[in-house]
Design a protein around this ligand. Structure first.
Ligand SMILES: [Zn+2]
Length: 47
């Protein structure tokens, strides 16, 4: 499971229902919902 910085919680939390998509720069864009508040979060992962 990945973690992302949540703007609402102002902290790092695990991502619920994460989906990853390969970005142009070779990294992976991981998107999902914050496990704490349910807000949308996104983070980049190196491939
Ligand atoms: Zn949150």
């Amino acid at each position: 499971m990945s973690t992302a910085y949540c703007m609402k919680c102002e902290g790092k939390h695990s991502i619920n229902g994460e989906t990853s998509k390969k970005a142009k720069n070779g990294a992976y864009l991981v998107r999902g919902k914050c496990s704490k508040c349910g807000g949308k979060v996104a983070t980049f992962k190196k491939g």
